[in-house]
Structure formats: C-alpha cells, structure tokens
Design a protein around this ligand. Structure first.
Ligand code: F6P
Length: 363
C-alpha cells in the first residue's frame, strides 16, 4: 500500500482517439480514492517550461463533449527534443540536460506529485521513467497508438477507432469507385506495422492490402486486379500502409520529409499506365481524430483504472497491458526488451484476408 495523495497525468507522442477518455479515467479513479490529479500540458514540456503549464483536473472538467473528443485536452509532443522550449512570451530557450533534470525535479516538488501516469508509447515511457526515478516518484504507463504495434499489449488505445475510420472511408470510396469503374488506392498510417491497413482493409472489403511486413510484387497486385476485372468486378479498392516500400526498396516521404507518405501515388501511377482508371487517396491524420468508439472508451477506462490500482498498491515502473482479453501489467524494463509487434505474415488475419481472395502480397 502507498500513501499517494496527488498524482500527475500527461500524454506523450502522436495523439489518437481515446486519450481524453484515458485522462478522464485516471482522474475519476484517483478522485474516487480521495487523491488529487494534475494534468501536465504538452507531455513533459509542461514541467520544463517556466512558468509551468498544467491544470488541476476535477470531475467537472469532463462534462460533454470533452471526454468523448478526439485529440488530447492536455496537449502532447512528438518532436522528441525537450531541450528547446518556448517561453510564455514566444521566445525560445535552450536547456541543458542538467537544467531539464533540475526543472523536472523542482516541478514535481512544487506540485507535490508522488507519481506520474504517462499515456504514450514505450519510448516516451522510457524517457519519463528516468526523470521520475531521478525525482524519486513512481511512473505507470498506459499504451496508445493507432498502429497497434506497442510491445507487450495486444491492444493499444486509438487502434479500434482508427480502424473504424479507415473502414468507413473504404465504404465511402467504394461508392465512388463503383460509380466510375475505378481502382482507388487508399493510403493509411502504419510506419512499420500494417495492423491498421490489414484489419480495416478486411472490414472495408478491400481487394488488395499491402503492408510493410509482407513482400509483394507490382505484377502480383496488377494480376489480382486484372483477374477481378475479368470476373466482372469493374472497380477495386487497394489499401496500402504508408510504410510499404516500392519494389526497388524505397520509401516515399510526406511533405515534411520525415514521416512516410505518398506510396499510394506510386501504385496509382503504375496501374494507370497499365490501363486502369485509378485515383490515389491519402487518409492522413483524420485516422487519429474523432470520438473514440466504444471499444477504445472501454480499453482507455480499464487501463486508467488499472494504472490507479497499481499506484495504490505501491507499484512503480509498470505498464498496463491487454493480454488474452485480460487487463494486466508488466515491468517497463521487460516491455522495452520486446520489440514492436508487427503483423505476423503467417498469422490468422493474413490467412483470413487471403481466404477472402484479397491480395496480400508474397508473389
Ligand atoms: O505512430 C503513429 C503515427 O500515427 C504513424 O502511423 C504515423 O506515421 C505518424 O504517427 C505520423 O506522425 P506525425 O504526427 O508526426 O505526422
């Protein structure tokens, strides 16, 4: 048992749907125990800037529509560079490692926090955990990512909602593809993992799904589309994860030059040259937006409750995870030993897709 009385909560990394539900869950569960909760703004940046940026969270903060909104009410940061901070007057200050450590420690002390709940990826958890150790407070992590490749957990917050957004987009694209007898190539997020493309592609009745984990040939894709056209199906939907490389092994990059993006254009151009009527669509950040579906609300609430339970039991450096239908927890160091979880090329989901006649690469 612990004497936790006041905790902090923050979101870190790219946003997704369900973060506000998780913040709500942490707040309600902690307040139910008689604790106080402080929401730290913009990941750990809220503790690094002066004056600090945070808010005391109460149950009243979560009246509709806040708990069901996409994004994160606390703000987040996925730039990975804490050394550059913006002052309140808009000027920039550069902080050394020592200054960051000191500000973190001072911030925690000033707010009187005995623990931090980090809603983010394992990379963020590893960084914040070091700061927490140094400041002498506990850390509990809650995994989120629409890519659903977080180590140690079968499900992460945001994936279910993103999947339904992609499936819904495919339903809509199907009507225009059918009207024009077109092939529509839909590019979805997924840098290194194709869970989103694969599961949403099956649910959205795609004809072909290309993911980073399964090799493909352009000819294989083209033949599958030709075959379905010969069978009388005049339109087709192709889903491609942004992390898929061209057959000669090149990534396409988005306008920022850092994140992947644009591979759909590659396939659209080649298929068009081969006689198909094609359009490419990049779904983009809409996949991380909108109200969370029930599955994400439930997962976020269960993760939040588990995080508070762990703190109440005096646990530290744990990550809440969903394994075989159960909410449980793992040591962060063990989570960090596991690499991100890609799609199993021989797994059930790929088999299901192929049994439905969907082209999922390999030849
Ligand atoms: O990791 C989640 C993710 O949504 C990826 O699928 C995508 O490549 C990336 O975030 C985009 O991040 P940003 O917000 O930097 O554009």
């Amino acid at each position: 048992m612990t004497n936790v009385k006041r905790i902090g909560v923050l979101t870190s990394g790219g946003d997704c749907s369900g973060l506000n539900t998780a913040i709500r869950g942490v707040t309600f569960s902690a307040i139910t125990k008689g604790w106080e909760v402080y929401g730290i703004h913009n990941a750990t940046d809220g503790l690094f800037v002066r004056p600090m940026r945070y808010q005391k969270l109460t149950m009243a903060d979560f009246t509709c529509p806040y708990a069901t909104m996409g994004g994160t009410m606390l703000g987040t940061n996925n730039s990975g560079n804490a050394h550059i901070q913006e002052r309140a007057d808009g000027t920039i200050e550069e902080l050394t490692d020592e200054e960051l450590n000191q500000r973190f420690k001072d911030g925690i002390k000033e707010l009187g926090l005995s623990a931090l709940v980090v809603i983010g990826g394992d990379g963020s958890m590893a960084i914040v955990s070091k700061y927490c150790k140094m400041a002498g407070i506990s850390m509990i992590g809650i995994p989120k990512t629409i890519d659903n490749d977080a180590p140690g957990t079968d499900m992460a917050i945001g994936f279910a909602t993103a999947k339904s957004i992609v499936a819904d987009a495919l339903d809509k694209l199907d009507t225009t593809a059918t009207s024009h007898n077109r092939v529509i190539v839909l590019e979805v997020m997924g840098r290194g993992a194709g869970h989103l493309a694969l599961e949403a592609g099956i649910a959205g009745f795609a004809d072909a799904i290309l993911i980073p984990e399964v090799s493909y040939t352009y000819e294989g894709l083209r033949e599958c589309l030709k075959k379905s056209r010969a069978e009388g199906r005049k339109h087709a939907l192709v889903v491609v994860a942004e992390g898929v490389k061209t057959p000669d092994g090149k990534h396409s990059f988005a306008t920022n030059g850092k994140t992947f993006g644009g591979i759909s254009e590659y396939f659209a151009t080649r298929l068009q040259a081969d006689g198909f009527n094609v359009r490419a669509n990049i779904l983009g950040h809409i996949q991380r937006a909108g109200s969370p579906v029930v599955e994400d609300r439930l997962l976020a609430s269960q993760f939040a409750v588990k995080a508070i339970e762990l703190l109440a039991e005096g646990k530290d450096n744990r990550v809440v995870v969903h394994q075989n239908g159960q909410i449980t927890d793992m040591d962060l160091n063990d989570v960090l030993k596991i690499s991100n979880t890609p799609v199993d090329p021989n797994g059930e989901m790929v088999k299901t897709a192929r049994s439905l006649g969907i082209y999922v690469g390999e030849k």
